[in-house]
Design a protein around this ligand. Sequence first.
Ligand code: PHE
Length: 339
Amino acid sequence: MKDFSEIKEQVKSKLSEVADGVQLSEFWQKYLGKTGVISGLMKEMKSVPPEEKPTFGKAVNEVREWAQNLYNEKQSEIKEYELKKRYEREAVDVTMPALKRAPANLHPISLITQQMISVFAGMGFEVLEYPEIEDDDHNFTRLNVLKDHPSRDMQDTFWLTEDLLLRTHTSPGQIRTMDAEKPPIKVLVPGKVFRSDSDATHSPMFMQMEGLVVDKGITLCDLQGMLDQFVRQMFGGGTKTRLRPSYFPFTEPSVEVDVSCFECGGKGCSLCKGTGWIEVLGGGVVNKKVLENCNIDPEVYSGLAFGIGVERITMLKYGIPNMGMFFANDLDFLAQFKA
Ligand code: PHE
């Protein structure tokens, strides 16, 4: 009777050397596979005398079963080992500080623009937007800023052609609205405007918000009432307005509007340069000539208009000293503004 102890020793020692799944399947091919060593034993059957064949076959099967069992044990060992390795590899240290993602926030100009719009929307203003490229007619002439009139020099214009320009203010929105709508009119026109001017308090591109109200019996008192309401909501309940006479070709009378200093309450501080008042916008009663230019009868209707600089309101509200900070894209600066 053939002794399989040699083969068994070989199986044992080879299997003990197996260290991972790849080696394990190599082992299986070599010993337990169809062309493996143990299957090879069966081929020896031919040379076994007939009476010993059953015993021989049984013995080979026992060896196969024995080897298969060893193999199974090793397989679960290896599986467990590989899983452990994988867990180690993929381990997450839950105590490690997380990567922080700062939530995005609005640019301070957008923030204040939205606040201003919501204040005026609350008073019933319709919000309209118009092109940033304008023609001479809408930006100047029909606003009663006539050719060769010195008031054209109040705003340093970026001309694109003889006739086209980057709008220097949102006031052309007055003309465009009155061309398209009949009174009663109550619109707010926010938008970018452009002037060839640049220092700590001026930028060649900035935001304005134009207000226009046209109806029967509109007076300067309506303007002051609306602006009172506006500054109280923007700067706090105690804030007051003061109108000073001024000049704009498209309003008559024209006013410059100051608010009582919300920093010092009117006593005088560095923000209001000791005066107790801060200038925030220009406005007035719509010039009759402008109404006529838009085919609105000034004997029947009157209007008020105002233009607010959004950067200026934002600088005052947050105490920002330099206009350039709005456009420097400094995240440390921008991240400070939350709605
Ligand atoms: N358009 C003027 C400016 O930009 C502001 C203004 C608007 C004044 C409406 C009066 C009425 O300076």
